[in-house]
Every structure is written in C-alpha cells, then in structure tokens.
Ligand binder design. Structure first.
Ligand SMILES: C[S@@+](CC[C@H](N)C(=O)[O-])C[C@H]1O[C@@H](n2cnc3c(N)ncnc32)[C@H](O)[C@@H]1O
Ligand SMILES: [Zn+2]
Length: 282
C-alpha cells in the first residue's frame, strides 16, 4: 500500500512527468524510467552499500533491529549530549498549520508526526519512499514545509539538495534546516561537512528570508568533543572499547549541557555551537 499522500502527485525524478502505478512498479508516462515497489515502498534510488566503522553500527541502532540496539537507543534517550533549549523541531511543527504537506528529507526511521511524509535513501521502518533527496519524485511547488534535520552534512552536494528543496516548496513554503557545526564526525552513510552560521546563510541565500539560531549550544559541543576524544584515545578502531570510553565520558559530563539554556540566546553562542537551526522561507 502506498502512503495515501503519495498516490497522487508523484513525478518521475528524471523528467518530472506523472507516473503510472503498475502492481510492481511506478512507470513514467514519458520516459522509459520504472521505479520498483518493494513491500509497497517505491524505490527512486538504489540504497548504497554501507561500509566502515560507523555503518553497521548505525544500521543496527537506527533500525532498532536487535535487543542491544533497543537497549542502546533507550540509554541514549537519557545519556546524551543532545539538548535543544528552544525545542526547535517541535516549535517549528507547532508553527505550521494543520493539513499542509510536510516532508522530512532524510527522516531515518523516526516519524516526527503522523502526517509527515518521510523520504530516505535507506528503507528503514517509517520511510514512505526511498529516494536521493537531490532528485525526489515530488512535483514542483507542491510542498508546504521541508525538514532537513541532521542531513545536509551527509550529502556530497548540499547545494544540489537546496536546489531540490527550492524546486518542491510552494512559494512562501518553509524549510527547517538543522545542521551540526562543532560536532564530531558521524557516518549515515558518510559525513562530508559542517556549516558555520555564515556558511548556512550562503547555502540558503536564494530563499526570501533566512533566520539562523543556535539549536544545541556550546556546552553540548564540549561534551561531545571530550566524549569523542575519549573514544579515539582508548578505542583505536575497536568498537567495544570506543563505545565504552565514549559512553563513560558522556555519562559523566552530559548534565552539563543544561548550562546551554543560559547561553543559547547569546548572540555569540553560534561561534562554538554544537548545532545550528535555520528557518528559511521561499
Ligand atoms: C543523521 S540521520 C538523521 C535522521 C533524522 N532526520 C533525525 O534527525 O533523526 C541522516 C539521514 O539522512 C539520510 N540520507 C543521507 N544521505 C541521503 C540522501 N542522499 N538522500 C536521502 N537520504 C539521505 C540517511 O540515510 C539518514 O537516515
Ligand atoms: Zn521520466
């Protein structure tokens, strides 16, 4: 079964023509492209094979596919450097009217609200369609809001993704982009870049308005960096040692992150913020 929001309005990402629905594929009405349906999910891209230190671990943790992954995810709810004093994502969702089209680009396995359409390169649970967010099957000017949370650093061509967001958003449509700045390397499947405030403003310069604020503050950044430092010093590419060392430092230091409530609104906080968030209006 296709997600109900998807049965109308999808286009061929190669030529932007409407698609026909056949039992096993969506086929383009204009070009020879055909996109397979697997367990009801349309695949507009073939997920790459994940490799390396981060890949297998994140695949397991993200999919919640084993007891240890579920244990890890439960512990991570509490022992984490992540803290958003402005509760950026929920505040953004609360500001958006009901019954509009919201798409999360690079959703992973989460669904932030039942009405949000999820796109990801990997068919993890909750993904409605598998596509490369640089070439989505969404019609031009058809979407009210796009969410890019912790994703822009994972694409090799961030400007191409921004072009795609600008294409699919309606005039006046909004982008929420949350990106790391002083944040350690992490895979999913690769991690290409972090952006400063100036960098993100430059990337989103073709939007009408762009407002950047600190999403996770300087103390989160320090907690992350010393935890990662412990992992690197002790771990040396042995995942178990790495996880124990990093986890121990994190467990000792994570409550410090609440100091960021006092820092997040200082104009200078972006200089050493862990993460930034930007609302941009087309
Ligand atoms: C760090 S995770 C963030 C997931 C989710 N937005 C969150 O904040 O929990 C990055 C996600 O982007 C996805 N991703 C990376 N490159 C992508 C691409 N080119 N097209 C679609 N999804 C991509 C990854 O598969 C992964 O699920
Ligand atoms: Zn086509």
């Amino acid at each position: 079964m296709l997600h109900s929001k998807l049965t109308q309005g999808l286009v061929c990402p190669a030529c932007y023509t409407e698609l026909d629905t056949a039992p096993t594929a969506l086929t383009c009405k204009a070009c020879p492209a055909a996109y397979p349906l697997r367990k009801g999910i349309p695949f507009f891209a073939e997920p790459p094979v994940r490799q390396g230190f981060d890949a297998s671990f994140h695949e397991e943790a993200y999919g919640g596919t084993s007891a240890r992954a579920r244990f890890y995810n439960a512990v991570k709810q509490v022992i984490t450097s992540e803290y958003s004093p402005h509760d950026t994502l929920n505040s953004f969702l609360a500001s958006v009217p009901q019954n509009v089209v919201i798409v999360e680009f690079g959703s992973g396995a989460r669904r932030i609200r039942p009405d949000v359409l999820n796109i990801d390169l990997f068919p993890t649970p909750n993904v409605d369609l598998v596509a490369d967010i640089e070439h989505t099957p969404l019609a031009s000017d058809s979407v009210d809001c796009v969410i890019l949370d912790s994703v822009i650093e994972h694409v090799p061509n961030p400007a191409g993704v921004v072009d795609e967001v600008l294409r699919v958003l309606k005039p006046g449509g909004k982008l929420l982009c949350i990106n790391p700045f002083l944040f350690p390397y992490h895979g999913y499947p690769a991690h290409y870049c972090n952006f400063t405030k100036d960098g993100i403003e430059q990337l989103l310069r073709r939007f009408g308005t762009v407002e950047v604020q600190t999403h996770q503050g300087p103390t989160s950044a320090i907690v992350n960096i010393i935890s990662e430092y412990a992992g690197v010093v002790v771990g040396r590419e042995n995942r178990t040692r790495y996880m124990i060392a990093k986890g121990a430092l994190l467990a000792l230091t994570f409550p410090l992150k609440f100091i960021d409530k006092l820092l997040v609104d200082r104009p200078e906080s972006h200089r050493i913020a862990s993460m930034l968030s930007t609302v941009a209006v087309k």
